[in-house]
Design a protein around this ligand. Sequence first.
Ligand code: GPK
Length: 832
Amino acid sequence: ANNTVKTAASSQTQGHNPRRGVGTAAMNRAILDHLHFTMARLPALASRNDWYMALSHAVRDRMLDDWLASLHHFRNKELKVVSYLSAEFLLGPHLGNNLINTGMWDAARDAVESLGLTLEDLLRQEEEPGLGNGGLGRLAACYLDSLATLRIPSIGYGIRYEFGIFDQLIRDGWQVETADKWLKFGNPWEICRSEIAYEVKMGGHTEYHHDADGRLAIAWLPVKVIKGVAYDTPIAGYRSRITGLLRLWKSEAVESFNFQAFNAGEYYHAVDEKVVSESITKVLYPNDEPGVGKLLRLAQQYFFVSCSLQDMIRVHLLRSPRLEEFDQTFAVQMNDTHPSLAVAELMRLLVDEHGLGWDAAWKVTRSTMAYTNHTLLPEALEKWPLQLFANLLPRHLEIVYEINRRFLDEVSQAYPGDQARLARMSLIEETGGKFVRMANLASVGSHAINGVAHLHTELLKETVLADFYQMTPGKFCNVTNGVTPRRWVLLSNPGLARLISESIGEEWVTAPEKLRKLERFASDPSFLSAWRWVKDANKRALAATILERTGVTVDPESLFDIQVKRIHEYKRQHLNLLHILTLYHRIKRDPGAQIPPRTFIFGGKAAPGYFMAKLIIKLINSVAEVVNTDPEVAGRLKVVFFPDFNVTNGQLIYPAADLSEQISTSGKEASGTGNMKFSLNGALTIGTLDGANVEIREEVGEENFFLFGLNATEVQALKKSGYHPGRFYEEDGELREAIDAVRSGLFSHGDAGLFQPLVDHLLYDDEYLALADYRSYLECQERVSTAFRQRELWSVKSVLNVARMGKFSSDRSIREYCEKIWKVPIRPPFPH
Ligand code: GPK
C-alpha cells in the first residue's frame, strides 16, 4: 500500500512551501505562467477558455498547501474521518466559490483586469459539474462546503460521471435533452490519482472449499473485473485553511486490450471489453426519485461503494492493523440507499478478504455506517430484482441472506408469531417477484437512521420505517437539512451580502445566527430602501437574462413569483398554473381587477421518461405563449419557463425572487432546500406545512410566511375517506373555468387532446390533491398580492426572513451530524 519513494525530502511532511503569492502581481504572473506552461498559448492567441484554465490553475495551486496539510489528517489516529458516500454531488461551478472561500477574489479580479479581461467573463466560462439530479446531490455539495469550513477531516466519495445531468433545451415548448459534455474543454479542478486504483469484481459465482487449516474459505469467481481510478477535487473551506477532499471514481478496463482476442484477430472484441468497463461511469441516471431496475445502475452503485471502502480500508491500515477498530477511523454516511451496498461490501471485505469473523465484522460494520433517508414516496424506495442482483453480485446476495437470517431471528424473538411483520422487515421482498430491499438493508446495517426535516423524520417513523422504529427507536434521529451561506448568499448575492456585512459585520458567514442582528434594521427606512435597491438590481439582472434566453420581456417592478425545482406531480407545478389561469380569467372578465403585476417564473428538469412531468413543462410554455401575447393582460401577467435550471442558473434566480413557491402536497417533500435558498435571499414563502417549510415558518414567524392547504394529517384523512377531485371541480366555478380552458385546446392551438392526460389525471385521480388545495392556495395568493402592494411592509418581512434563517445553514446540520451520529468532536472555528 505504501509505495512512497524514500528521498532526502521524504522526511518533510509539510511540503516545500514554494511561496505562492496571493497578491495581484503574483496572481497576474501565475496566470501568465499557466497560460504558457499549462495551456501552451500565447496571450494574443488565447481563447476565453485558455484564460479560464490558466486562472483556475493559478487558484488551484494556491489551494494546494492547505490541501496537502489537510490530507495529512487522514493519518492522524486522533482524528475520525467522515466519509460521505453519495451517488451524486451537484457541485456547481468551482472558480467563484473557491475565490470566495480562500479570500482570493479581489486579487484574482484585479489580476484578470490587469490582463485586459473581466473576472465575470471567465467565471461564465466554467461548465458546472452537474453530477447530480436535484436536492439530494446539492445537499451533498453543501455538506462538503460545511465540513471543510468546520475543519472536519472528511472525504466525499462518489462517481465521476463523464456525462452529468442532461442539458435541457426547450423546443416548441417541449423539453429536449442533450448530453452534458462538461469535460469537453478540460477540468482544471481535478487531479487524477492513477496510482490510487482498485479492482472491482462483478458477476460469476462463488465456490467454497476448506483451506489447509480446515477453515471454510469462500472464493468469488467473477466474470469481470473493472478498475476504479481516483479523481480528486479540493474543496475549500471558508477561510478555514482546511481543504476537503472529493474523491470520485472513474471506471476503466483492467487492461486496455484482451490480448488473447487481439491475437486471434478479433480486434473489435478486444476493444469491446474496454468499452463495457468504461461505460459504468459514463452517465448519471437522470431520475430524481423513482427507482429504475437497471443493471448498469446497480453496477454503478456497487462500483463506487467498493472502490470507496477499499480506499478507506487502505487508509485505516496506515493507522492501525486492527480492522475491528475501523469505526474509530471512519464514520460513513450513506446518502440515501444508493450506497447501501456498502453494508454488504464492508462485510465481504472484512470477512472474505481480511479474515475477520462474522460477528466482529458485523459489529464494526454497524457502528461505522449510518443512513439518511430522503423520501417517503413508496415508489421511490429502491429495490433490486433478486435475479439481477444475484447475477451481478452473487457473493453479496449470500451475505444479504446471512444478514437477513440473523436479523429475522431477532425480529421473531422480539415479536413471536408476527409473520406479517417478519415479511415486511425482511431484506427480501417476496410478494409478487422477489426483490432486495435497499432501505431495509441500510436500516439493519446502520447504527443511526435520520430523516431530513422534523416532519419527515416523524412520518418516517410512522410510515415507511415504522417497523424498524418500533424495534430500535434509539437508532432514529432527525437532522434538518441546511444550505451553505457561502455559495447561496456571499457568491450568488454579493449585493445583499455587502449590505448585511456593512450593517452587522461579517460573522454571519460562519455564524448565521448573527443574522438576527438585522432585526433592528427592519425599522430603519434607509436600510429598507437599500434592501429594496439590492433586490431590484437582482431582478433587473434576471430580467435581462430571461430576455436573452427566452425572448420574453418581463417587468422588474412586477412581483417575481418563482418556482424552480425538479418537475414532479407532488411538487405541484400544475397547482401554480391553475392560479395563473385563474388570474388570467379574472383579468379577461374584469379588466379593472385589482391585481398587482406578476411575473411567474418556472424552471426545472423532468426525468426523460416521466411523461406527465414533461407534459407539465409543455403546458407551462403553452400558457406562457397565450398569456404573454394577449394584449388584454399586457403589463399585468407574464409567464416564463427558464430553460436548463441548474446550480449556475439558480445562483442568478434565487436572489431575484420576491415570492418562493413551496407548494408540495403536505407529507410528500422530505425537506426541500430551495425553500431555504429563497428565504435566505429575502424572498417570502408561499407554502404548505411540508418538509422544512414547517421549521422555516416557525423560525421566521407565521406573519412572515404565507401558509395554505391541508396539513399531512388532513391529507391522510381525506385520502382515507375517499377523495373525489371531480367534486371540487363541480363546486368551484373558477377552478372549472381554469381546467376547462386547458381542456378546450385554448393553449394548444385548438388541439383538445394534447393536455387530456393531465386533465384526466387531475379530475379522476389527483393523487397529490391539487384540486383540494386550489381554493386555499388562491385565497393565500390574494393575501400575497395585498401584502406586495405595501412595499415597505413587504421589505420588513423580507428582512425578517433573512434575519431568522440562521438555523438553515448547512454548518448547523453538519454540527448535528457530528454530535448525534458521527461522534466527531466539533472544533472551534479557525483561527482560535
Ligand atoms: C429525495 F429521494 C430523493 C431523491 O432521490 N432525490 C432527491 O433529490 C430530495 N430527494 C428530496 O425530494 C428533498 O425534499 C430534500 O430536500 C432533498 O432530497 C435533500 O434531502
